[in-house]
Design a protein. Structure first.
Length: 297
């Protein structure tokens, strides 16, 4: 059965607005026997929350067909040997809960050493040495065996310190994704990659990245669809990735051997298409989902 893997934001919708032909495209694919999957680097929402959003936008889909970087990270950890037994997450609750749901113990945010500074230490500019005195006075638990980093809208210096301590003590260092930016209503915020980079600098170690452009996220989709990589020959044509970024979606598509269809409705700059080289160069460029129909024939 052919497989279509959609990036969501910028491809099927932008914010609360469904993009033209999204409904028709998904209906046509499903009607002609394609398996439709949704894949995202976002690790701050659970699959259930994505299913609810897709439902609200009338795009269909269920938890079986949504793969987030949080979910792919959890399943990557689950398959490792030895399997992690004590995970410290710098990231959102969704990332913690996906890891917990594969049966791996995760430290809760409130257990973090340094999460309850006295007011003078917490307030910027009141007593500058107080935070250092507080952090160095803590009774520290044994470091976690694994550190997982994703987008954390509540990042603190204490979290970075705890992650640095564990990684320097030898913990496995995994990033759900390394996105530069987090595009939200009307502006860009720093993405998970900015936090990963801080810890890479702090430790001199490189994180294993699960999200796009690395292949693990799409490999998780293929595993769920019962398809074994590598995709070679005519099988390539049976797996399409439809995304709006050359250096994330197209590269990851090619790393699993899929056919990359770039749509220019999202963040894509005109230059990004002409400058894309090697793995980042799309197999097809479309300007609207309507142009996908002829490619399916
Ligand atoms: Mg996108």
């Amino acid at each position: 059965m052919p497989i279509a893997i959609f990036d969501m934001d910028g491809v099927l919708y932008r914010g609360a607005q469904v993009l033209p032909y999204a409904h028709e495209t998904l209906a046509q694919l499903r009607g002609s026997g394609w398996q439709v999957y949704f894949a995202t680097n976002n690790s701050t929402a659970t699959r259930g929350e994505y299913v609810a959003r897709l439902e609200q936008l009338g795009l269909g889909g269920d938890e079986e067909h949504v793969v987030t970087s949080a979910y792919a990270t959890a399943h990557h950890l689950e398959r490792r040997d030895p399997k992690p037994r004590d995970v410290f997450v710098v990231g959102a609750d969704a990332l913690r809960s996906e890891i917990q749901s594969v049966g791996i113990p995760v430290r809760q945010a409130a257990e973090l050493p340094g999460s309850h500074p006295p007011p003078a230490a917490a307030a910027d500019g009141v007593d500058p040495p107080a935070m250092r005195a507080y952090l160095t006075s803590l009774d520290l638990p044994a470091p976690a065996d694994t550190v997982v980093v994703g987008l954390d809208l509540h990042l603190t210096y204490a979290k970075l310190a705890e992650a640095q301590r564990a990684i320097l003590a030898g913990a496995l260092f995994v990033a759900s994704n390394k996105d530069r930016a987090y595009p939200v209503e009307g502006r860009l915020l720093p993405g998970a990659g900015s936090i990963v980079a801080a810890l890479e600098i702090a430790t001199g170690k490189k994180a294993l990245c699960i999200g796009k452009p690395e292949p693990f996220l799409f490999e998780e989709v293929l595993r769920r669809a019962g398809v074994r990589p590598p995709l070679i020959g005519p099988r390539r044509e049976r797996v399409l990735v439809i995304g709006d970024s050359t250096d994330y979606d197209m590269v990851a598509a090619h790393r699993v051997g899929a056919t990359g269809v770039l749509i220019t409705t999202g963040l894509t700059e005109a230059d990004a298409v002409s400058d894309a080289q090697g793995e980042a160069a799309p197999d097809h460029v479309i300007h609207s989902l309507e142009e996908l129909f002829p490619l399916l024939a």
